[in-house]
Design a protein around this ligand. Structure first.
Ligand code: ZN
Length: 278
């Protein structure tokens, strides 16, 4: 599943290629993904210029100029991928397998491919973006200023839930997926099963720093998704970062040599070092 670092990588790739370009054509191969797509309204973007490629959590926000300053919201779901190709002349290439929509901006073709179709495509005016049902209840961005140690400390008070599960709760903070939650807890020296309410302020400082570090490193590497992936351009593969604990059950800790443990917590695979994490 594309995680925040992968989506951020796609965002940067899109921004490099379509910023300032005008929509020339929009085509749909079907009318719905996990929910209906606003086909007519998105076709009506023809002639509008792309003014920004933003991201909120795992949603890509492609902004356009003109009346209402519309924003196209793209979610990659479980298996969505975005390709951007150069096109010349009038004719577009044949549809790829599982390609559901595509948009030509200038001489660039943005193609959305999603075999499992859990992704989403929507359109909203800039004014309605914050209250859009997909975005309204999201917690702060993990790399933004709102997610700091004081915030995390406040959100953990009185909570019995395991800290790793709390980190993965999008109402608390967005975009800390399963791999990143395990890796962040390791780096902070906090056992993933510890009750969130038992974290000290010092633990929260370490955990916020750890989450930022793990996500930023992963963004620099282009994401960690553990299978064959193609990014914004066909030649930009997804790199698997060197993970400290995730997927390493039974192997020695890179810091202390103890055997990495594994358990299922909240239905998700969880890894930790029994000596480095308390
Ligand atoms: Zn260790």
């Amino acid at each position: 599943m594309p995680e925040l670092p992968e989506v951020e990588t796609v965002r940067r790739g899109l921004a490099q290629r379509i910023l300032g370009e005008r929509v020339r054509e929009v085509e749909f191969a079907r009318a719905d993904l996990r929910r209906p797509m606003p086909v007519a309204a998105i076709r009506a973007l023809r002639g509008r210029r792309c003014t920004a490629c933003d991201r909120r959590s795992k949603y890509l926000l492609i902004r356009f100029d003109g009346v209402g300053e519309p924003v196209v919201i793209v979610h990659l779901g479980m298996s969505g991928r975005v390709f951007v190709e150069d096109v010349h002349g009038r004719s577009l290439p044949p549809w790829r397998p599982h390609e559901h929509w595509r948009m030509r901006l200038g001489d660039r073709l943005v193609r959305y491919v999603d075999p499992r179709r859990f992704g989403a495509l929507d359109l909203v005016d800039a004014e309605g973006l914050a209250s859009h049902p997909l975005l309204a209840s999201l917690g702060p961005e993990p790399l933004g200023p709102e997610f700091d140690a004081e915030y995390l400390f406040a959100r953990t008070r009185g909570r019995k839930v395991a800290i790793k599960q709390l980190l993965m709760d999008a109402h608390v903070v967005v975009g800390v997926g399963n791999i990143y939650a395990s890796e962040s807890c390791f780096r902070a020296g906090v056992r993933p099963s510890r009750a969130a309410g038992r974290l000290t302020r010092a633990d929260c400082v370490k955990l916020v720093d750890a989450a930022r570090h793990v996500l930023e490193r992963s963004i620099r590497a282009g994401g960690t998704t553990l299978r064959d992936y193609v990014g914004v351009a066909e030649d930009s593969g997804w790199f698997q970062r060197e993970l400290a604990v995730y997927g390493r059950a039974g192997e020695p800790c890179r810091v202390c040599g103890a055997t990495i443990r594994h358990a299922v917590m909240g239905q998700r695979a969880t890894y930790w070092c029994p000596r480095c994490q308390r």
